[in-house]
Design a protein around this ligand. Structure first.
Ligand code: ADP
Length: 688
């Protein structure tokens, strides 16, 4: 299989080795470069992560500092608080002084919550009892008449009687509300409303009905009275009043009463489609009420049980998952129980993210200089960019690191100023080396294919050459031994008969002519191969040359049993040619026609003059040539492998030489052949 390797020339070997010794190191270098680019990208990523961590730590230490100052200030201020009622003023002051924090929420040990505007469940109003025994007795009778006897008019009379002995505003408020209630039961809403309106006159901050501030209860009853009596306009006016009262006097209610009223009224007002110009304070109250309500229902229980276990005054950050709703991030710290306001348990708060993003972070990051190509940004919990060190519009970041202590769901990210990712940064180099690597592999592959083909070709040539040597040697030996044999015979004088002697002389002459022809071919080939072949062009009659060549061999060929037919123009065809070369080319075709004919020994030689060219053709009826061989027969040393009974000897040079000669005359050689039927070789020379 690797037979051809034996014939590799040193030139090919050198090419082959240089291919390996140049390209293989090239491929290895490109591969290593690719690897080192990957390592470089990894190192860069580690470096970016390190930088991001440093920036994150800087921001966190600033937040820590802000928080610590805030906590100390809260504890110090509570310490000097003189009256509990001042707590809301203190919270308002803290809110202003520490804009980085918001939603300050004081947790009281009974589970009450206090903000700067609202307090929730702190000072619970207790339902008041009538103040004197006498009143109590009348109240019992009146309730009896109202609830058991269903005698509402009687109940009203009894309450009116009690009014005379009422001492405190609280007593009066309760009596009015009961009279009003009985009027409503009688369906006398107008009178009932009048009674409730009187409550508004007497009510103060501490009066209550049930455990609800008296004025709120009265207003809501009046609204209901109007509704029942169909006076809807009046009802709506009262509702608005009630709403304003609720917003501007955020009473401390027990449980969720305040919020219940507020929400109920807001609901009604919305239904009325009344557009109220809500001021910023009202907005804050509504926000806080929603916030408190949410904390109370979703977090307070968990928070209170946590607070029981915390002793130190560290600041705790936690994210509470409310269900449904988004997680709430809360920070809180214990207020040391030793200080005089012992009922205050802890202060919870949140970061004011807007303030952090617009004030704190820009100030901190102003001192961070990471070079003109790198920018710091902050990503929120949805990975959206909420802050960027400069005004660029960037979307993809290099690396991002989570905050570890504060703002847990947020991240600090590093951005390339052109918005590239780490992969994109090294992509150009990577592509370059990858391209180089693939290119080298492709060149190597192509080189190997070309070399392999060249090697096969070389080995083929070399095989043909050795065949040529053995053929030529034989070709030389045959005529030489004939010449020698007949020469010796003649020399010995044995042959006396004149006819025989002439025949022997003729054989010697023909064999030496054959020898000359063969040697001419070989010599010419070697001249052509070394580029030394020169032609001498001379205006000559082509017909004359061909006829002469044919005549010289005609008898010899006829002797071999061939029938020769020729057709040539009468008049000369003058053309500049190298006489000997053209004659040699023609004789090559003629001798092939003889060699490759078997039983049908017929040769036709023709010269045809056409408009611009002259055609010399030799036609035989011999073995013919297969179509796929037609191209190869003109290659040096090539001989068609055939299964003729007696394969003629040959050098494989005849047609190579013929083509060379014809082309040197700016002509063309054409072949037309069919296996088993014969061939026609034509030389076409241009007529200038
Ligand atoms: P060779 O010395 O073998 O004749 P040539 O170069 O003259 O070398 O021819 C090349 C090959 O072409 C021959 O070996 C033969 O197979 C084929 N060939 C040439 N002339 C003819 C022809 N007239 N008929 C059939 N085959 C031919």
């Amino acid at each position: 299989m690797f037979e051809f390797l034996k014939h590799i020339t040193p030139k090919i070997k050198i090419l082959f080795l240089s291919l390996f010794f140049i390209l293989i190191p090239g491929a290895i270098i490109s591969y290593l470069s690719l690897k080192s680019i990957q390592e470089k990208a990894d190192n860069q990523s580690i470096k970016f992560h390190g930088t991001t961590n440093l920036v994150r730590d800087k921001l966190e230490s600033k937040l820590y500092q802000l928080e610590t100052n805030f906590r100390n200030s809260v504890i110090d201020s509570i310490l000097i608080l003189e009256r509990e009622t001042e707590i809301q003023t203190l919270l308002q002051k803290l809110d202003l002084e520490y804009p980085a924090f918001t939603n300050l929420l004081l947790v009281v040990n009974n589970g009450a919550l206090i903000t700067d505007l609202l307090s929730y469940g702190q000072n619970k109003l207790v339902s008041s009892e009538p103040s004197s025994m006498q009143l109590k007795q009348i109240f019992t009778q009146a309730e009896n008449s109202e609830f058991i006897e269903k005698n509402y008019t009687g109940a009203i009379d009894l309450y009116r009687k009690a009014y005379n002995s009422a001492l405190s505003p609280q007593d009066k408020v309760i009596i009015h509300s009961r009279i009003g209630r009985n009027y409503y039961k009688l369906g006398r809403f107008k009178q009932g409303i009048l009674e409730y309106e009187l409550i508004l006159v007497h009510a103060n901050e501490s009066t209550s009905i049930g455990n609800i501030p008296a004025s709120i209860a009265a207003l809501s009853q009046i609204a209901q009275g109007y509704q029942e009596s169909g006076a809807l306009n009046d009802r709506n006016k009262i509702l608005l009043d009630l709403y304003r009262q609720l917003l501007h006097h955020p009473w401390d209610l027990s449980g969720g009463d305040y919020l219940f009223y507020l929400n109920a009224v807001i609901q009604e007002i919305r239904e009325l489609e009344t557009s109220l110009a809500i001021d910023s304070l009202e907005v804050r109250i509504m926000d806080q009420s929603a916030y408190i309500q949410h904390i109370e229902s979703e977090i307070l229980g968990e928070l209170m049980s946590e607070l029981k276990h915390i002793t130190s005054s560290e600041i705790i950050h936690k994210s509470y998952q409310a269900d449904p709703g988004p997680a709430i991030e809360l920070a809180y710290f214990i207020i040391p129980p030793s200080i005089n306001q012992a009922q205050f348990l802890a202060l919870a708060f949140q970061f004011d993210k807007d303030y952090l993003l617009t004030e704190v972070f820009p100030r901190e990051l102003a001192a961070v200089e990471l070079g003109k190509d790198i920018t710091v940004g902050i990503l929120d919990e949805t990975d959206s960019l909420v802050y960027l060190q400069n005004d660029l519009q960037l979307s993809s970041y290099l690396v991002a690191e989570n905050f570890t202590q504060f703002l847990i769901p947020w991240k600090v990210a590093l951005f390339d100023s052109t918005g590239k990712t780490i992969e994109q940064l090294s992509a150009r180099e990577r592509h370059l080396y990858l391209g180089l690597f693939i290119g080298i592999l492709a060149v190597m592959f192509m080189g190997i294919v070309i070399l392999a083909r060249a090697m096969i070709h070389e080995s083929e040539i070399s095989r043909m050459k050795s065949e040529f040597v053995s053929n030529v040697t034989h070709e030389l030996k045959t005529p030489l031994s004939l010449i020698r044999m007949f020469g010796e015979t003649l020399d010995s004088g044995i042959v006396t008969e004149e006819g025989k002697r002439r025949e022997f002389y003729s054989i010697i002459r023909k064999e030496s002519e054959r020898l000359t022809h063969l040697i001419d071919n070989v010599l010419d080939y070697s001249r052509i191969d070394s580029g030394n072949k020169e032609y001498e062009f001379e205006e000559t009659d082509l017909v004359e040359i061909i006829r002469h060549s044919l005549e010289a061999y005609k008898f010899h060929i006829r002797d071999m049993g061939f029938e020769i037919e020729s057709k040539m123009p009468e008049e000369p065809v003058m053309i500049p040619i190298d006489k000997d070369a053209i004659s040699q080319a023609f004789l090559n075709l003629l001798s092939n026609a003889v060699k490759y004919s078997e039983e049908r020994k017929h040769i036709r030689v023709e010269i045809v003059r056409e408009t611009n060219s002259v055609l010399i053709s030799v036609r035989d009826q011999g073995v013919g040539i297969a179509r796929e061989e037609l191209k190869k027969i003109f290659d040096k040393f090539y001989r068609v492998p055939n299964d003729m009974v007696k394969k003629p000897r040959g050098s494989g040079l005849g047609l190579t030489l013929t083509r060379h000669i014809v082309e040197a005359h700016s002509g063309k050689i054409e072949v037309d052949s069919e296996p088993g039927r014969g061939s026609r070789f034509s030389i076409r020379l241009p007529l200038t």
